[in-house]
Design a protein around this ligand. Sequence first.
Ligand code: GPP
Length: 145
Amino acid sequence: TPTETGGPAPKVAVAVFLLEGKKVLLGRRRSSIGQSTFALPGGNLEYGESFEGCAARELKEETGLDIANTELLTVTNNLFDDGPTPAHYITVLMRSSMANPSQVPQNLEPEKCDGWDWYNWDNLPSPLFWPLEKMVQSGFSPFPI
Ligand code: GPP
């Protein structure tokens, strides 16, 4: 495990478990990091933003959905050093529900995602983006007890 290797400074991302019953919203990534794997919506924390504000902005930008009841779940520390551009991300994981459950997710950033869909937590698609796969394998659940 590298330390002090002079790589780029760690960045902060916010990722959202948008829950609807037993389902979670996932999309297939279009990126050199985790190309074609299923991942959560989210993105980089911007200057001055709260985690909840970042989650709401990213969900609106990526899916058109309005979210509510956003809560902090956990944080991960991940190194993406196997691609052309190494990156180190601290990812803050949030849980949210839809403000208006009749809304349908739209693929508003098709250059970054193949499309959004709902997946049952007990029947997740494959392959998951490896940081998410790692969380699932560790027994993590985004659902309230
Ligand atoms: C980095 O890619 C992805 C993350 C920081 C999410 C990690 C997910 C977890 C479940 C821990 P990006 O989409 O922010 O950047 P790029 O556009 O470079 O692919």
